[in-house]
Write a protein that binds this ligand. Sequence first.
Ligand code: BF8
Length: 700
Amino acid sequence: MTDPTNESAAPPSPRSIDPAALDMLAHADECGVETAFSRADHMKPCPIGESGACCRICSMGPCRLVGKDAEQKVGVCGADLATIAARHFARQVAGGVAAHSDHGRDMAMTLRAVAMGEAGGYTVRDEQKLVAVAAHMGIATAGRAIVEVALDVADTALAQFGQPHGEIIYTKRATKKRQARWHELGLTPRAIDREVTEVLHRTHEGVDLDAENILRSALRCSLADGWGGAMLSTDISDILFGTPSPLSSEVNLGVLKDDQVNVIVHGHEPTLSAMLVDASRDPVLIAEAQAAGAKGINLAGICCTSNEILMRYGIPAAGNFLHQELAVLTGAVEAMVVDVQCIMQALGPLAQRFHTKLVTTSPKAKIPGAVHVEFDEHHARETANEIVRMAIANYPNRGPIHIPNYHEPLVAGFSHEYLNYMQGGFHRGSFRPLNDAVIAGRIRGLAGVVGCNNARVTQDEGIVEMIKRFIADDVLVVVTGCAATAGAKAGYLSPEILDTAGPGLREVMEAIGIPPVLHLGSCVDNSRILTVLTQVATEGGLGEDIDDLPAVGLCPEWMCEKAIAIGTYFAASGAHTIFGVSSPVRASHEVTRLMTEGWERLVGGDLEFIPDWDEMYARALELIDAKRAALKLPTYDPGQFGASGDTAFFAAIRAYLAEKAKEQEVGVTTTGSPVYPLAEGHTHDHPHGPDSHTHEEGGA
Ligand code: BF8
């Protein structure tokens, strides 16, 4: 019998723009191993479910409303297409909020354990951030011990999940105008778990049957993530592991080492992975690795756990979502340690074909074929040591290896705090230079390029296209999650990329030392984009709220419910947001209308789905330019800027530095600014030799 879901068809487009991925996919074919890429070729998406026209909420169905008159049809209970599509969408939002926010809850539990002295190995690494967070929460800090404040912060954070009364405290961090709008519309989230539960209740069979009302509950639920669970997660991670500031590292599968014990961390939470960083640098464990025949222990990351330890410890990223199987395929990974989210079940059988030990660590996330070593923050370091020893013991079992030789340099770690610092220093942190540059038109606008890989589209293509075009057109880009990794793999997070930026953007970058593409962190760190946009909106000169700003959010290769939740909270916060791939509500014109023009009227932002890259980009620029016009800012003119600082004098310095770097086969490293050695003063890798020199010497 033929499997109706197994339609074979020629691959419609290249599977990836990443040469490392293409190399590994050819290797997978040689090994006869299937991957998400090949499975996607053979498993077409169900067009009814994909477009939001399938209702499987009760056992009278599934009801599928299809055909030219689909919008006139109803399911067995009488639900129409708009209700069905809206219910499905709202449940996706609730799923995403639950995932991010449960991650946030775990961070709060760890902070609580630290405050109680029960989490050996963890500590409050960023006391300043703790004090700032306490201030947001209305917790007194003067004269109190750090652990006391930490306990109050942890308990206040945990209360946000299930508090019976009140509102989510961090909504007060939005602009006054936004807070008033949410109140007026009844969109201020009350408690995180309550909003998730209420969406699940409303979308149960026979409850909320009005598409617009269902979508309002989805907006409120999403805000419980953006201004609740995700923001708490970011803040508490900063408190426990440090607020990121720029550092350099490398990305792509070439970061794996052929002569070291390779351990990959994959998933989302930074707790165990931070301990694995310590374990991988422990001289005792390194000696054990050497005794097993390896030169050392090499830790690398996949997905957002990777972003968490990349931006705080400089641990290299082996890749993004679609790289997880490819990493195992190298045959060089002794252990892949996973926690929660974005972990493919395919890793179980795949790891068994190679020597890789797949190690699950969360009681919430087990995988057939994996070894389970349960993580408990009270004994985290012991768990990390156990896992590293397991990897070391596995090193002699390695078979043939195939590591593609692709690795790109990158700069990551731009927190909201650091962006303030780099624009105004420690005492006068500010966004004034950025706002002024946008007002003048040197910077045309701001874009967030975020989200996943999706095997339905060419890996990284949409993300990289958007980044490339934006910076060439003087739009400053911030990136998070797998989009950040995609941009980095394509070289867009390296200092050299400044040369491809438009003239106005480059001028600003060179003047204040901001790279044109800022890596803001993992997917929970999309909350950093909310705080950045809020500060831009309140700094002056660009309106009063996020929906006044010449800014857009893009998620070209979205894949999961978390991405839908993020897109929805950006919209509810006033941002125009564009997703690629396909629309989960495409079947219903009414729901599509409600989420675009309806939401724009309601909250000032919207959520659009545009699968074509050219159309997506054109729409993004149209939105940015329309906001500039509404603010009565000068029309963007690329010919107007770019001359200042571009003198022969500076050109000579740049040429000199490039020549020196080439001669000595070392890069020019910088102090303060990772981007451009002239921004805040630079030092070289070789400050004390006869070749050492300063700016002045270089420019003389
Ligand atoms: O949380 S971008 S594929 S790893 S969901 Fe998953 Fe998507 Fe990657 Fe990070 Ni975010």
